[in-house]
Design a binder for this molecule. Structure first.
Ligand code: CP3
Length: 346
Protein backbone atom coordinates (compact mmCIF):
# COMPACT_ATOMS: atom_id res chain seq x y z
CA UNK A 1 0.00 0.00 0.00
CA UNK A 2 1.20 3.51 -0.76
CA UNK A 3 2.14 5.46 2.32
CA UNK A 4 1.09 9.09 2.15
CA UNK A 5 3.95 10.22 4.38
CA UNK A 6 6.60 8.62 2.15
CA UNK A 7 5.12 9.76 -1.16
CA UNK A 8 4.85 13.36 0.10
CA UNK A 9 8.47 13.23 1.25
CA UNK A 10 9.41 11.99 -2.20
CA UNK A 11 7.78 15.03 -3.77
CA UNK A 12 4.58 13.29 -4.84
CA UNK A 13 1.79 14.60 -2.61
CA UNK A 14 -1.34 12.47 -2.26
CA UNK A 15 -4.98 13.12 -1.46
CA UNK A 16 -4.21 15.13 1.67
CA UNK A 17 -1.28 16.29 3.75
CA UNK A 18 0.20 13.64 6.04
CA UNK A 19 0.32 14.27 9.78
CA UNK A 20 2.50 13.09 12.67
CA UNK A 21 3.89 14.93 15.71
CA UNK A 22 7.32 15.13 17.28
CA UNK A 23 7.06 13.57 20.78
CA UNK A 24 3.72 12.02 19.81
CA UNK A 25 4.52 9.25 22.31
CA UNK A 26 5.06 10.93 25.64
CA UNK A 27 3.86 12.23 28.94
CA UNK A 28 0.63 13.85 27.69
CA UNK A 29 -0.74 10.29 27.12
CA UNK A 30 -2.01 8.43 30.20
CA UNK A 31 -1.13 5.11 28.55
CA UNK A 32 2.49 6.31 28.20
CA UNK A 33 2.67 7.25 31.88
CA UNK A 34 1.33 3.81 32.78
CA UNK A 35 4.09 1.99 30.86
CA UNK A 36 6.73 4.49 31.97
CA UNK A 37 6.05 3.53 35.58
CA UNK A 38 6.83 -0.12 34.73
CA UNK A 39 10.45 0.63 33.82
CA UNK A 40 13.26 1.29 36.30
CA UNK A 41 14.13 4.55 34.59
CA UNK A 42 13.90 6.31 31.24
CA UNK A 43 17.00 4.66 29.77
CA UNK A 44 15.61 1.27 30.66
CA UNK A 45 12.35 2.22 28.97
CA UNK A 46 14.20 3.14 25.75
CA UNK A 47 16.19 -0.12 25.82
CA UNK A 48 13.36 -2.56 26.57
CA UNK A 49 11.95 -3.48 23.13
CA UNK A 50 8.68 -4.82 24.49
CA UNK A 51 7.94 -1.48 26.24
CA UNK A 52 9.51 0.84 23.64
CA UNK A 53 7.58 -0.82 20.79
CA UNK A 54 4.30 -0.64 22.70
CA UNK A 55 4.93 3.07 23.39
CA UNK A 56 5.77 3.73 19.72
CA UNK A 57 2.40 2.23 18.75
CA UNK A 58 0.28 4.00 21.41
CA UNK A 59 -0.27 7.23 19.43
CA UNK A 60 -0.92 5.21 16.26
CA UNK A 61 -3.64 3.19 17.98
CA UNK A 62 -5.21 6.32 19.41
CA UNK A 63 -4.97 8.69 16.41
CA UNK A 64 -3.83 6.68 13.39
CA UNK A 65 -1.08 9.17 12.47
CA UNK A 66 0.52 8.73 9.03
CA UNK A 67 3.89 7.94 10.62
CA UNK A 68 5.18 6.35 13.81
CA UNK A 69 8.50 7.51 15.27
CA UNK A 70 10.45 4.87 17.14
CA UNK A 71 10.55 5.45 20.87
CA UNK A 72 14.14 6.15 21.91
CA UNK A 73 16.22 9.25 22.62
CA UNK A 74 18.99 11.21 20.89
CA UNK A 75 21.18 10.72 23.97
CA UNK A 76 21.52 6.99 23.34
CA UNK A 77 24.54 7.80 21.12
CA UNK A 78 26.53 9.35 24.01
CA UNK A 79 25.50 6.33 26.07
CA UNK A 80 26.80 3.95 23.37
CA UNK A 81 30.02 5.99 23.22
CA UNK A 82 30.56 5.22 26.90
CA UNK A 83 29.08 8.21 28.74
CA UNK A 84 26.81 7.52 31.70
CA UNK A 85 23.28 8.70 30.96
CA UNK A 86 20.80 9.39 33.75
CA UNK A 87 17.38 11.01 33.70
CA UNK A 88 16.12 12.86 36.72
CA UNK A 89 12.38 13.36 37.12
CA UNK A 90 11.41 16.91 36.20
CA UNK A 91 15.00 17.83 35.31
CA UNK A 92 15.66 15.99 32.10
CA UNK A 93 18.72 14.03 31.05
CA UNK A 94 22.24 14.30 32.47
CA UNK A 95 25.61 13.19 31.13
CA UNK A 96 28.94 13.62 32.91
CA UNK A 97 30.16 16.20 30.37
CA UNK A 98 33.62 16.43 28.79
CA UNK A 99 36.27 18.44 30.64
CA UNK A 100 38.81 18.58 27.85
CA UNK A 101 39.89 16.99 24.61
CA UNK A 102 41.82 14.38 26.62
CA UNK A 103 38.46 12.80 27.47
CA UNK A 104 37.80 12.12 23.77
CA UNK A 105 40.31 9.27 23.77
CA UNK A 106 38.07 7.36 26.19
CA UNK A 107 35.06 7.42 23.88
CA UNK A 108 34.50 4.24 21.97
CA UNK A 109 31.32 3.25 20.16
CA UNK A 110 29.75 0.02 21.41
CA UNK A 111 26.94 -0.75 18.93
CA UNK A 112 25.70 -3.71 20.99
CA UNK A 113 24.51 -1.22 23.62
CA UNK A 114 21.92 -0.05 21.06
CA UNK A 115 20.93 -3.47 19.75
CA UNK A 116 17.57 -3.29 21.59
CA UNK A 117 16.59 -0.31 19.38
CA UNK A 118 16.78 -2.59 16.32
CA UNK A 119 14.53 -5.07 18.05
CA UNK A 120 12.06 -2.30 18.91
CA UNK A 121 11.87 -1.33 15.24
CA UNK A 122 11.32 -4.92 14.13
CA UNK A 123 8.51 -5.36 16.63
CA UNK A 124 6.87 -2.11 15.53
CA UNK A 125 7.08 -3.03 11.83
CA UNK A 126 5.32 -6.33 12.54
CA UNK A 127 2.41 -4.54 14.16
CA UNK A 128 2.17 -1.30 12.18
CA UNK A 129 -0.88 -0.71 9.93
CA UNK A 130 0.01 -0.92 6.20
CA UNK A 131 -0.52 2.76 5.52
CA UNK A 132 1.65 4.03 8.39
CA UNK A 133 5.37 4.70 7.85
CA UNK A 134 8.07 4.09 10.44
CA UNK A 135 10.57 6.87 11.21
CA UNK A 136 13.99 6.29 12.79
CA UNK A 137 16.12 9.15 14.07
CA UNK A 138 19.26 10.43 15.71
CA UNK A 139 20.44 13.75 17.09
CA UNK A 140 22.55 15.88 14.78
CA UNK A 141 26.28 15.83 15.53
CA UNK A 142 26.24 19.43 16.82
CA UNK A 143 23.30 18.92 19.21
CA UNK A 144 24.69 15.62 20.50
CA UNK A 145 28.08 17.34 21.03
CA UNK A 146 26.29 20.05 23.07
CA UNK A 147 24.94 17.45 25.51
CA UNK A 148 28.17 15.44 25.54
CA UNK A 149 30.34 18.44 26.41
CA UNK A 150 28.05 20.35 28.78
CA UNK A 151 26.24 17.35 30.26
CA UNK A 152 22.79 19.03 30.19
CA UNK A 153 21.08 22.13 28.87
CA UNK A 154 21.23 23.91 32.26
CA UNK A 155 24.52 25.61 31.41
CA UNK A 156 23.13 27.16 28.22
CA UNK A 157 25.85 25.03 26.55
CA UNK A 158 28.50 27.59 27.47
CA UNK A 159 31.29 25.00 27.48
CA UNK A 160 30.37 23.76 24.02
CA UNK A 161 30.27 27.32 22.73
CA UNK A 162 33.75 27.83 24.15
CA UNK A 163 34.93 24.74 22.23
CA UNK A 164 33.26 26.15 19.12
CA UNK A 165 35.01 29.50 19.54
CA UNK A 166 38.49 28.49 20.61
CA UNK A 167 38.86 24.72 20.49
CA UNK A 168 37.67 24.09 16.95
CA UNK A 169 40.05 21.19 16.39
CA UNK A 170 38.73 19.34 19.46
CA UNK A 171 35.13 20.07 18.60
CA UNK A 172 35.66 18.74 15.09
CA UNK A 173 37.26 15.61 16.49
CA UNK A 174 34.25 14.98 18.73
CA UNK A 175 31.85 15.73 15.89
CA UNK A 176 33.66 13.22 13.69
CA UNK A 177 33.28 10.54 16.39
CA UNK A 178 29.54 11.30 16.57
CA UNK A 179 29.13 11.25 12.76
CA UNK A 180 30.68 7.79 12.54
CA UNK A 181 28.60 6.35 15.38
CA UNK A 182 25.42 7.96 13.98
CA UNK A 183 26.04 6.55 10.51
CA UNK A 184 26.29 3.06 11.95
CA UNK A 185 23.24 3.59 14.20
CA UNK A 186 21.03 5.01 11.40
CA UNK A 187 21.98 2.24 8.97
CA UNK A 188 21.12 -0.35 11.64
CA UNK A 189 17.74 1.35 12.06
CA UNK A 190 17.07 1.11 8.33
CA UNK A 191 18.08 -2.55 8.29
CA UNK A 192 15.66 -3.16 11.19
CA UNK A 193 12.72 -1.53 9.39
CA UNK A 194 12.93 2.29 9.52
CA UNK A 195 11.53 3.72 6.26
CA UNK A 196 12.55 7.35 6.78
CA UNK A 197 14.89 9.18 9.13
CA UNK A 198 14.87 12.46 10.99
CA UNK A 199 17.99 14.26 12.22
CA UNK A 200 17.13 16.44 15.24
CA UNK A 201 19.36 19.52 15.56
CA UNK A 202 17.54 21.07 18.50
CA UNK A 203 20.36 23.52 19.31
CA UNK A 204 21.30 24.51 15.73
CA UNK A 205 20.09 28.04 16.57
CA UNK A 206 23.01 28.59 18.97
CA UNK A 207 25.22 29.13 15.92
CA UNK A 208 25.10 31.48 12.95
CA UNK A 209 26.81 32.08 9.63
CA UNK A 210 30.32 30.61 9.35
CA UNK A 211 30.08 28.66 12.64
CA UNK A 212 26.71 27.27 11.58
CA UNK A 213 28.25 26.18 8.27
CA UNK A 214 31.12 24.42 10.04
CA UNK A 215 29.36 22.73 12.96
CA UNK A 216 25.81 22.22 11.64
CA UNK A 217 25.86 22.05 7.83
CA UNK A 218 29.16 20.24 7.24
CA UNK A 219 28.68 17.33 9.69
CA UNK A 220 25.03 16.90 8.69
CA UNK A 221 26.06 16.79 5.04
CA UNK A 222 28.71 14.20 5.87
CA UNK A 223 26.25 12.05 7.84
CA UNK A 224 23.61 12.26 5.08
CA UNK A 225 26.22 11.41 2.42
CA UNK A 226 27.40 8.35 4.34
CA UNK A 227 23.89 7.01 5.01
CA UNK A 228 22.77 7.71 1.42
CA UNK A 229 25.82 5.89 0.07
CA UNK A 230 24.50 2.74 1.75
CA UNK A 231 20.73 3.39 1.55
CA UNK A 232 20.05 5.88 -1.26
CA UNK A 233 16.25 5.51 -1.21
CA UNK A 234 15.58 6.24 2.44
CA UNK A 235 14.36 9.84 2.80
CA UNK A 236 15.96 12.00 5.49
CA UNK A 237 14.30 14.99 7.19
CA UNK A 238 16.53 17.60 8.82
CA UNK A 239 15.41 19.82 11.69
CA UNK A 240 17.80 22.75 12.33
CA UNK A 241 15.66 24.21 15.10
CA UNK A 242 15.83 27.99 15.53
CA UNK A 243 18.41 28.52 12.83
CA UNK A 244 18.29 32.01 11.30
CA UNK A 245 16.34 32.21 8.06
CA UNK A 246 19.44 32.45 5.86
CA UNK A 247 20.93 29.49 7.72
CA UNK A 248 17.68 27.54 7.23
CA UNK A 249 17.96 28.15 3.48
CA UNK A 250 21.65 27.19 3.40
CA UNK A 251 20.85 24.03 5.37
CA UNK A 252 18.09 23.06 2.91
CA UNK A 253 20.36 23.77 -0.06
CA UNK A 254 23.59 22.18 1.12
CA UNK A 255 23.10 19.27 3.52
CA UNK A 256 21.49 16.82 1.11
CA UNK A 257 18.44 16.20 3.33
CA UNK A 258 15.22 15.39 1.47
CA UNK A 259 12.96 17.65 3.54
CA UNK A 260 13.28 20.35 6.19
CA UNK A 261 11.33 20.55 9.42
CA UNK A 262 10.37 24.09 10.46
CA UNK A 263 10.23 25.44 13.99
CA UNK A 264 7.37 27.83 14.76
CA UNK A 265 9.46 30.96 14.28
CA UNK A 266 9.92 30.44 10.52
CA UNK A 267 7.50 32.81 8.72
CA UNK A 268 5.25 30.82 6.40
CA UNK A 269 5.74 33.12 3.44
CA UNK A 270 9.51 32.64 3.75
CA UNK A 271 9.00 28.87 4.03
CA UNK A 272 6.87 28.88 0.88
CA UNK A 273 9.05 31.17 -1.24
CA UNK A 274 12.55 30.16 -0.14
CA UNK A 275 12.40 26.64 1.29
CA UNK A 276 9.45 24.81 -0.25
CA UNK A 277 10.78 25.75 -3.68
CA UNK A 278 13.76 23.49 -2.86
CA UNK A 279 12.28 20.66 -0.75
CA UNK A 280 9.12 19.45 0.95
CA UNK A 281 8.72 21.04 4.38
CA UNK A 282 7.33 19.81 7.69
CA UNK A 283 5.89 21.71 10.68
CA UNK A 284 5.38 24.34 12.10
CA UNK A 285 2.29 24.61 14.28
CA UNK A 286 3.10 25.98 17.72
CA UNK A 287 3.00 23.32 20.47
CA UNK A 288 1.25 25.95 22.65
CA UNK A 289 -1.63 26.11 20.17
CA UNK A 290 -2.06 22.36 20.53
CA UNK A 291 -2.32 22.89 24.29
CA UNK A 292 -5.07 25.50 23.66
CA UNK A 293 -6.91 23.58 20.92
CA UNK A 294 -10.24 24.89 19.56
CA UNK A 295 -10.61 27.91 17.27
CA UNK A 296 -7.08 29.37 17.71
CA UNK A 297 -5.53 26.06 16.66
CA UNK A 298 -7.93 25.61 13.73
CA UNK A 299 -7.27 29.16 12.52
CA UNK A 300 -3.50 28.54 12.58
CA UNK A 301 -4.01 25.30 10.64
CA UNK A 302 -6.10 27.16 8.10
CA UNK A 303 -3.29 29.68 7.58
CA UNK A 304 -0.77 26.82 7.22
CA UNK A 305 -2.96 25.20 4.58
CA UNK A 306 -3.59 28.43 2.68
CA UNK A 307 0.07 29.48 2.64
CA UNK A 308 2.07 26.32 2.06
CA UNK A 309 1.67 24.11 -0.99
CA UNK A 310 0.93 20.37 -0.98
CA UNK A 311 4.54 19.26 -0.37
CA UNK A 312 4.01 19.73 3.31
CA UNK A 313 3.80 17.39 6.28
CA UNK A 314 1.65 18.61 9.17
CA UNK A 315 3.64 18.61 12.41
CA UNK A 316 4.56 20.97 15.25
CA UNK A 317 7.44 23.43 15.46
CA UNK A 318 8.80 21.36 18.37
CA UNK A 319 7.63 18.40 20.48
CA UNK A 320 4.18 17.88 22.01
CA UNK A 321 4.13 19.49 25.48
CA UNK A 322 3.23 17.30 28.49
CA UNK A 323 0.32 19.66 29.32
CA UNK A 324 -1.40 18.93 25.98
CA UNK A 325 -4.94 17.54 26.38
CA UNK A 326 -5.08 14.30 24.33
CA UNK A 327 -8.45 15.35 22.88
CA UNK A 328 -6.79 18.35 21.22
CA UNK A 329 -4.54 15.98 19.32
CA UNK A 330 -7.67 14.13 18.15
CA UNK A 331 -9.14 17.47 17.07
CA UNK A 332 -5.98 18.25 15.06
CA UNK A 333 -5.94 14.89 13.30
CA UNK A 334 -9.68 15.09 12.51
CA UNK A 335 -9.17 18.55 11.06
CA UNK A 336 -6.38 17.34 8.78
CA UNK A 337 -8.41 14.33 7.63
CA UNK A 338 -11.42 16.58 6.99
CA UNK A 339 -9.32 18.72 4.68
CA UNK A 340 -8.60 16.27 1.91
CA UNK A 341 -9.60 18.79 -0.75
CA UNK A 342 -7.59 21.58 0.84
CA UNK A 343 -4.57 19.29 1.01
CA UNK A 344 -3.71 19.87 -2.61
CA UNK A 345 -4.66 23.55 -2.66
CA UNK A 346 -1.81 25.97 -3.32
O1 CP3 B 1 9.12 11.91 19.19
C1 CP3 B 1 8.87 10.84 19.77
O2 CP3 B 1 7.73 10.54 20.19
C2 CP3 B 1 9.98 9.79 19.87
C3 CP3 B 1 10.77 9.77 21.04
C4 CP3 B 1 11.75 10.90 21.35
C5 CP3 B 1 12.09 11.24 22.68
N1 CP3 B 1 13.12 12.13 22.62
C6 CP3 B 1 11.50 10.66 23.88
C7 CP3 B 1 11.61 11.38 25.17
C8 CP3 B 1 12.53 11.68 20.49
C9 CP3 B 1 12.53 11.77 18.98
C10 CP3 B 1 13.40 12.45 21.32
C11 CP3 B 1 14.42 13.36 20.78
C12 CP3 B 1 15.17 14.20 21.72
N2 CP3 B 1 15.64 13.88 22.97
C13 CP3 B 1 15.63 15.50 21.41
C14 CP3 B 1 15.41 16.21 20.08
C15 CP3 B 1 14.07 16.84 19.99
C16 CP3 B 1 13.82 17.98 20.95
O3 CP3 B 1 12.97 17.78 21.83
O4 CP3 B 1 14.45 19.03 20.81
C17 CP3 B 1 16.33 15.98 22.52
C18 CP3 B 1 16.99 17.35 22.65
C19 CP3 B 1 16.33 14.93 23.49
C20 CP3 B 1 16.99 14.93 24.82
C21 CP3 B 1 15.97 14.87 25.88
N3 CP3 B 1 15.28 13.73 26.22
C22 CP3 B 1 15.55 15.93 26.72
C23 CP3 B 1 16.08 17.36 26.69
C24 CP3 B 1 14.59 15.39 27.58
C25 CP3 B 1 13.94 16.09 28.74
C26 CP3 B 1 12.89 17.03 28.29
C27 CP3 B 1 11.54 16.43 28.58
O5 CP3 B 1 10.66 16.61 27.75
O6 CP3 B 1 11.42 15.83 29.67
C28 CP3 B 1 14.40 14.03 27.22
C29 CP3 B 1 13.47 13.07 27.85
C30 CP3 B 1 12.47 12.43 26.94
N4 CP3 B 1 12.74 11.95 25.69
C31 CP3 B 1 11.11 12.17 27.25
C32 CP3 B 1 10.57 11.50 26.15
C33 CP3 B 1 9.17 10.96 26.00
C34 CP3 B 1 10.44 12.45 28.57
C35 CP3 B 1 10.93 11.43 29.54
C36 CP3 B 1 9.96 11.09 30.64
O7 CP3 B 1 9.03 10.29 30.41
O8 CP3 B 1 10.18 11.58 31.75
Amino acid sequence: MEKLFLSTLNGQPGKRKPVWLMRQAGRYLPEYRALRSQAKNFLDLCLTPQLASAITLQPIERYHFDAAIMFADILLIPYALGQDLTFHEGEGPRLPGLESAAALAKLSYAPERLAPVGETLQRVRERLPDDVALIGFCGAPWTVACYMIDGSSHTGFSHTLRWANSLKYDLNKLIQIIVEASESYLCKQIEAGAEALQIFDSWAGLLEGEMFAQAVIEPTKELVRRVKARHPHIPIIGFPRQASLTDYAAYARETGVDAVSLDQSVPLVYARDKLQTMKPVQGNLSPDLLVRGGAPMREALDVLYKTLGPEHIINLGHGVLPATPPEHVAELVDWVRGNEAAGTRK
